[in-house]
Design a protein around this ligand. Structure first.
Ligand code: SAM
Length: 222
């Protein structure tokens, strides 16, 4: 799956995409990450990418011309790619979205992810975007962390990434937020007086399945 990220800070992605499963996905040729530096599309001698908002207000906005030029270049590399924009104005991103995007990826549809900065972007860029996603009701300084969240959640669903060690099929949020995985325990049996629930030690699969079903759906303490 070809994944192109448009960003002013490509170096932010190195640690996340260069480690563990996301690195393995690239190493195995399942995911192919590349970066388009928005600064290369900046205007004038100073390669300007931002400007003040019409109507006044604090902060700067990404100008439409550099962003759209960068999306157009990414589209030349991958004409069928889905263009994603992380934004607090978007639909709340869920596991079902990750699954749908991963399924499209398996059909050969790549991703172009725009990572805004500053106070945001000129709204007209959304004409070049297929999906706008919010990753939660809080504000981050830029679109890079949301872009990494989108990439991680999608790439781990691509066949061959998780291998046998985890199955994405029995995890939380299969039905979006109605289904949360049951609590899990590993050795030691007694950790500082905190015991593993008895039933999990019995080897009785039926009782264990019942206990797990009863204890799924429960969110941990806030
Ligand atoms: N002024 C914007 C507002 O109040 O909604 C916030 C802009 S934020 C400082 C800069 C960029 O970070 C956003 O344009 C978006 O791309 C990204 N961002 C921040 N929080 C986000 C969230 N919860 N979900 C998705 N993207 C987010």
């Amino acid at each position: 799956m070809k994944i192109q990220v448009i960003t002013l800070f490509p170096e932010m992605f190195e640690g996340v995409l260069g480690s563990s499963m996301l690195w393995k996905a690239a190493d195995r040729g399942i995911a192919d990450y590349s970066f388009i530096n928005l600064r290369d599309f900046g205007l004038g001698p100073r390669k300007t990418v931002d400007d003040t908002p019409y109507g006044g207000g604090d902060g700067m906005l990404l100008k439409p011309d550099p962003v759209v030029a960068a999306i157009e270049q990414a589209r030349q590399n991958d004409p069928d790619a889905l263009v994603l924009l992380p934004t607090p104005r978007g639909k709340t991103y869920k596991q079902s979205d990750a699954k749908e995007i991963a399924a499209a990826g398996q059909q050969g549809r790549g991703l172009i992810i725009v990572s805004p900065r500053y106070e945001g972007y000129d709204e007209r860029i959304t004409q070049w975007v297929d999906r706008q996603y919010s990753i939660g009701n809080y504000v981050l300084t830029g679109g890079e962390l949301p872009a990494m969240i989108l990439i991680d959640s999608v790439v781990r669903l691509l066949p061959g990434v998780l291998g046998g060690e985890t199955s994405a099929e029995i995890e939380s949020f299969q039905d979006d937020d109605e289904n949360i995985e049951f609590p899990q325990y590993t050795r030691p049996e007694d950790f500082r007086g905190l015991k593993v629930p008895e039933v999990l030690l019995t080897g009785h699969h039926g009782e264990i399945a019942k206990w797990r079903a009863k204890n799924a759906h429960k969110a941990g303490p806030a």
